[in-house]
Design a binder for this molecule. Structure first.
Ligand code: PLP
Length: 453
């Protein structure tokens, strides 16, 4: 391989996010060079249907000219200026107004960030500031959940509750607490949905009693746990959790980095799908369809006004934000993305094809190496196993990797995680595209099963 080949350069020099260190520098990187619609091509020219959606982010599809032109136009007009203090840009101002209109309840104040992790951290810092400015700094503990994923900066990683990700790094554990993972899989459940909600609520109450409500600032929850394995909670769970938070004066932060922007058929799933109006919603990823990095925290007027009213004249600055918070080019991308999504009714499209995706994927349960199929609209996963073996054992993980490799060979990219193949195709995927995903997945499962002998 020539030294200037991108595969060689990357393999030699890049430390990837979430890289497998045992193959660092040994395993060739996959370079994705081009992308159009729901397809991507690698640097060798091989095409794949992208069932990962970039990384849960692609809404309007790749290569969208309108969105790309909006980015170019803003870069030419005014590529960047500081967002600090009272300075802003036209795209940031316009996008904030659009987000306030799209969000539920009184979530009318937007703090822009650079990505999902920085948005999660900012939301928690807002909760800390809110109580500290009322003279209650001890109210700073945070409730998160086992199997959640909230990002990769220090606090976001500490909030994340996937045991497999807790590696040699350091994590905050004194004031971050993890409640039970709320999954309720009706196919395999031993108890009714209501019994599960009651048990989860009782667990939350017990944790609050142990920590002390007077010490807890906020509760952070993904509506459907994404990277933790597409874990769908039972109906009524979020409403019950919000009621507990309200009763104990704990702020509710809904992490919609994945579930927002159409993946569940709504711009925000919190109210439209789960019937709750949280105190803050965190968004990123689909906000720009992945065309630019951007995150945002939508904050209720109640919280935003309270922190403003409690401002200390000697230290009046809300000292949180980033050089690239609400970057004008990224905000221009988000504005174009929202306009396209509205005009083309992408959420309506997801509400139509989403149930079809899940129905077709559920056919795969007839394979003996499929332990479960879970999902909601365009977020789903197939859990693989060696028949009779339960959970993410080494053999079950190897099975999922084998299925993943066969999919890749056949031109389909899915995301392997533990013993799961996770899927979140671009929201513009058609029923034909879904059939292709399921057919390749079925063939790959059959090949992996044959290998068992
Ligand atoms: N929150 C959720 C639910 C996520 O899935 C992710 C990323 O996958 C994040 C937060 C972090 O977002 P980012 O990777 O943009 O920092």
């Amino acid at each position: 391989m020539a030294p200037d080949d991108p595969v060689a350069q990357d393999t030699r020099h890049v430390l990837h996010p979430w890289a497998d260190l045992t193959v660092l520098g040994k395993q060739e990187s996959l370079i994705i060079s081009e992308a159009n619609g729901v397809e991507v091509s690698d640097s060798r020219g091989k095409k794949y249907l992208d069932a990962i959606g970039g990384m849960w982010c692609v809404t309007v599809g790749y290569g969208n000219e309108e969105l790309t032109r909006a980015i170019a136009a803003q870069a030419l007009k005014m590529a960047y200026f500081t967002p600090f203090g009272d300075v802003s840009s036209e795209p940031a101002a316009k996008l904030a107004a659009m987000l306030a209109e799209l969000s539920p309840g009184d979530l009318n104040r937007v703090q822009f960030t650079t990505c999902g992790s920085t948005a999660v951290e900012s939301a928690v810092r807002i909760a800390h500031y809110y109580y500290a400015s009322q003279g209650r700094p001890e109210k700073h503990h945070v409730l998160a959940r086992v199997n959640s994923y909230h990002g990769s900066t220090f606090l976001a990683a500490s909030l994340s509750g996937k045991a497999v990700d807790r590696t040699t790094f350091h994590y905050e554990s004194d004031w971050v607490h993890h409640l039970e993972n709320p999954v309720h899989d009706p196919d395999n459940a031993q108890v009714s949905a209501q019994e599960r909600v009651d048990a989860l609520t009782a667990g939350m109450e017990a944790a609050i009693a142990r920590i002390g409500a007077g010490n807890i600032a906020c509760y952070v929850a993904e509506p459907v746990l994404a990277s933790g394995g597409v874990l769908v909670p039972p109906p009524g769970y979020h409403e019950a959790a919000l009621e507990v938070c309200r009763r104990h004066d704990i702020l509710y932060i809904s992490d919609e980095v994945v579930t927002g922007f159409g993946r569940l058929g709504h711009f925000f799933a919190s109210e439209a799908k789960f019937g709750i109006v949280p105190d803050m919603i965190v968004t990123a990823k689909g906000l720009t369809s992945g065309y630019q990095p951007l995150g945002a925290v939508l904050v209720s007027d109640r919280v935003a006004n309270a922190i403003a009213e409690a401002a200390n004249p000697e230290k009046p600055v809300f000292s949180n934000g980033f050089t690239y918070s609400g970057h004008p080019v990224a905000c221009a991308a988000a504005i174009a993305n929202i306009e396209i999504m509205r005009r083309e009714d992408i959420c309506g499209h997801v509400r139509e094809v989403g149930p079809y995706f899940i129905r077709r994927l559920r056919e795969l349960r007839s394979s003996p190496i499929v332990a479960a199929v879970r999902g909601d609209h365009l977020m789903a996963c197939v859990e693989c196993h060696v028949p009779g073996e339960v959970g993410p054992t080494a053999r079950n993980q190897a099975m999922a990797r084998r299925v993943d490799a066969y999919c890749e060979e056949a031109g389909l990219l899915v995301r392997p995680y533990e013993n799961l193949c996770i899927m979140s195709p671009p929201l513009v995927v058609t029923k034909g595209g879904i059939d292709r995903i399921v057919d390749i997945m079925a063939e790959s499962l059959a090949r992996a099963e044959r290998d068992l002998g």
